[in-house]
Design a protein around this ligand. Structure first.
Ligand code: NI
Length: 185
């Protein structure tokens, strides 16, 4: 297993529409395992394959998004070729973050409830409902498979502020990485 690099915005891969998964084989299961290790390492609750530079309609979600603390130690949800079957007209505004925008949090309006049809890593079709944070997490990750990121959902002004903060954070991360490299020489 390996921890993969999560691509930061504006990496062009984050604007790509991912291709369908066709082969449910060992390679796919290895990608899922690597993504799970990466998400745990980054302390995230969701990760889409496009965020680690893999052109497949595949995402993973922590059960924490659905069950809170009780879900923390349960196996992650694996969604392959997910489709939105239904979403509620009722929406809710809530805080959202993204591993491609580390340290940036914005308020995003999303449907309160969704129903999704997807396949698991063995190719079995299943349906699941998400509510509140669960719905938010699913929709955020499905967006990634369409090349859509969270700042696409907010006003021009909020987007500008979020991007400024993101650029500042990225500069600080790069400076820290340079410093670490210098020290280890
Ligand atoms: Ni994200």
């Amino acid at each position: 297993m390996a921890v993969l690099d999560v691509l930061p915005y504006p990496n062009p891969f984050l604007r790509k529409r991912a291709g369908d998964v066709e082969d449910f084989d060992d390679r796919l299961r290895q990608i899922v395992a690597d993504m799970e290790e990466t998400m745990a390492d980054e302390d995230g609750i969701g990760l889409a394959a496009t965020q680690v530079g893999i052109d497949l309609r595949l995402l993973i979600l922590s059960r924490y998004a659905f069950e809170g603390e009780a879900g923390k130690d349960k196996p992650n949800l694996v969604m392959i070729n997910p489709e939105i079957v239904w979403e509620s007209d009722e929406t809710v505004v809530g805080e959202e973050g993204c591993l491609s925008f580390p340290g940036v949090f914005i308020q995003v309006e999303r449907p309160q409830k969704v129903r999704i049809r997807a396949r698991d890593a063995d190719g079995e079709t299943y349906e699941i409902e998400g509510e509140g944070l669960g719905a938010r997490a699913i929709l955020h990750e499905i967006d990634h498979l369409e090349g859509v990121v969270m700042i696409d959902h907010v006003s021009h002004l909020t987007r500008k502020r979020a991007l400024k903060k993101h650029q500042r954070n990225q500069k600080a991360l790069q400076a820290r990485a340079r410093e670490d490299a210098r020290k280890s020489r």
